[in-house]
Design a protein around this ligand. Structure first.
Ligand code: ADP
Length: 609
């Protein structure tokens, strides 16, 4: 270990704890203590040699030597209190006292020591404190004035009368003062260099941090305008940071989120608390390597902002400002959204199960009760003395109930097959007009019984369609029977079809009870029936429309419903005229109701083996 590093370690041990954490303060304290301590100790060390050369010292020399204890005391003061300005003020006092004593003893203002008064404010300049420099300058001037006054009123010991000795004494005074001033100038230069190096190191450290942080740091005016934004914004938003200055960032905030964004900033300006907000930001995603073309997408960010703390060294200016930290939370948001969708699906599934149980208990129990009741009567035909016509009537009722049960069970099976992707459709060309007319004929009797006017508006030249004819009929039968079921006596049901470019547009409209807007959103969910269960006047399982929806979806078509309560309902089905399964032989699954599938899997078919 070198002598220099030992001295350095000893000096560091003397530093006040508050100076050890900050490099610049540490350098300043070291620059104050080192020359004083080393100078004084050195002077004490060479004093015996001086005595040997000079012989018995004069009273002035002894006094000056005793004064050397002052720098040691000053170093001790700084090391114990850490008060840098105070230490320099005391140092100025000590130096001026020493100069005054020597000057008074050696000719007052004419003394060789008087020139040292210039050094007092120069030394104080090292404190980097205006107050201390002003104090030191006033002190030096006061000393000069005192020396002139004393010279004027009192007879001081005259300056050396021997001109040669006097000249050499003045020469010594000026030279030593110049030397000390030069040492001070070097010290000031060294301190300035140290502070520049430290500042640039610190700046580089912050720049490095800002560059390598994925979070974006920004500084805003009270109106939200950006004054500074860290380079991480370029990675986050795909644009140069300069473009985000002023209102550049605000213009990238999603219009719907702008009020929340501004509110968070103004809350941060007003209060002392940090505020947090989540909003969407527009981001440019380059599509080629040169970056001239880009796509635009929105990402979710979380921004935490707080009022700017002006207590720091750069706390200048009076306008209230806000500092903010932004981070990309898109992944979390997507997870939350996926969770919401899953929760919604689970809630819908639960509601569907409840509806299923409620509907099934009604739909299964009613025909089963009829079957058991009428078959019991047939068993006891002897006791009840039933005639042949009655027996036939009962047998017919049992048959009707069985048929109804079968259709309910078939509906459930169809639906579950479609949901699990096992429903088979066999596309083939067929005459859509013939299929429509035959469905209307099938339901004409029921319409007549219900007192509903059923009419078909199907042009003669309606083109053939390629699809599954059984599925097509099922769609039409379900829609038309619903229209008849939910239309009061005297109402009207119209079945209209037309070809529109490569599509067949089928419209089933009625003047019936209609569907409330709240229910309309959920119509087509399995087992969902509009209105409250206890208000139901019609039989049904709540599967008809969801089967239609699924079949239409299997044919790459679309179904929409327009309805107004007490005015009527129109169900529109759009089917491609030439349907071709997307990938022959590939097994695909129908999306269960309420779930959306990635693009390309909107409809799904299992080809029969
Ligand atoms: P349901 O077996 O109950 O008829 P659907 O799935 O066919 O089942 O219909 C679901 C619900 O949609 C029905 O219960 C009814 O409330 C409503 N709905 C369907 N079609 C019509 C229509 N044409 N007019 C009024 N409401 C309708």
């Amino acid at each position: 270990m070198s002598v220099l590093s030992i001295i350095r370690d000893c000096l560091d041990a003397l530093l006040h704890p508050s100076a050890r954490n900050d490099a610049l303060t540490c350098a300043r304290h070291r620059a104050f203590i080192a020359p004083r301590l080393l100078g004084s100790l050195g002077a004490f060390a060479i004093f015996p040699a001086y005595l040997a050369m000079r012989g018995a010292p004069s009273a002035l020399e002894v006094g000056a030597l005793a004064w050397l204890i002052a720098p040691i005391l000053l170093s001790w003061f700084l090391s114990r209190t850490g008060r840098y300005e105070g230490a320099y003020a005391l140092s100025s006092l000590a130096l001026s006292a020493l100069i005054m004593v020597v000057a008074i003893e050696t000719g007052g203002i004419e003394s060789f020591a008087a020139v040292w008064l210039i050094v007092i404010p120069l030394e104080a300049a090292l404190s980097a404190s205006r107050r201390v420099v002003v104090f030191a300058a006033m002190l030096a001037l006061a000393c000069v004035a005192t020396l002139i006054l004393i010279d004027h009123f009192e007879s001081l010991p005259r300056a050396e009368s021997n001109p040669a000795l006097r000249a050499s004494l003045i020469g010594f005074g000026v030279a030593s003062a110049t030397l000390y001033a030069a040492v001070l100038a070097f010290a000031a230069d060294a301190l300035a260099r140290t502070s520049v190096v430290l500042l640039s190191k610190e700046e580089e450290r912050y720049r490095l941090l800002a560059r390598n942080m994925s979070d974006v740091i920004s500084r805003h005016r009270r109106n939200g305008a950006v004054m500074f934004i860290s380079p991480a914004a370029e990675t986050l938003l795909g644009v140069p940071a300069m473009q985000l200055h002023e209102h550049g960032l605000f213009e990238r905030v999603h219009v719907a989120d702008r009020p929340a964004y501004l509110t968070a900033l103004s809350d941060a300006v007003r209060g002392s608390e940090a505020s947090s907000v989540e909003f969407r930001l527009r981001r440019n995603v380059p599509v080629d390597s040169c970056g001239s073309n880009h796509l635009v997408e929105f990402i979710w960010v979380e921004m935490r902002c707080r009022p700017l703390d002006r207590a720091g060294p750069t706390g200048v200016g009076s306008e209230a400002e806000v500092v903010a930290v932004m981070r990309d939370v898109t992944d979390r948001k997507l997870q939350e959204q996926a969770l919401d969708v899953a929760r919604g699906a689970a809630e819908r599934a639960d509601a569907a199960k409840t509806r299923f149980l409620a509907t099934m208990s009604h739909e299964l129990r009613t025909p089963l009760n009829a079957i058991i009741g009428f078959s019991d009567m047939l068993v006891q035909e002897q006791n009840l003395m039933l005639n042949a016509a009655r027996r036939r009537e009962y047998a017919q009722l049992i048959n009707d109930s069985g048929q109804h049960l079968l259709s309910v069970v078939n509906g459930i099976l169809d639906m579950s097959k479609m949901e699990s992707g096992n429903f088979e459709i066999t596309p083939e060309p067929f005459a859509a007009r013939t299929a429509l007319i035959s469905c209307c004929n099938l339901l004409a009797l029921r319409a007549r019984e219900n007192g509903v006017d059923l009419s078909a508006d199907v042009p003669q030249n309606l083109p053939d369609i390629t699809g599954d004819p059984r599925a097509f009929k099922q769609i039409v039968l379900n829609l038309v029977s619903n229209a008849i079921k939910f239309t009061e006596r005297g109402g009207k049901v119209t079945v209209a079809a037309a070809a529109d470019e490569a599509q067949l547009v089928l419209r089933v409209s009625d003047t019936g009870v209609g569907i409330a807007p709240d229910d309309l959103k959920r119509i087509g969910d399995p087992f969902f029936q509009a209105g409250k269960t206890y208000e139901r006047r019609h039989e049904g399982t709540g599967l008809g429309l969801s089967i239609v929806k699924s079949l239409v979806s299997l044919h790459a078509g679309e179904m929409s419903i327009q309805s107004k309560l007490d005015e009527g309902t129109t169900v529109t089905v759009v089917l491609p005229l030439a349907f071709a399964p997307p990938d022959e032989g590939k097994i695909m699954t129908l999306a269960p109701a309420g779930r959306t599938l990635p693009q390309g899997q909107a409809f799904q078919v299992k080809k029969s083996a």
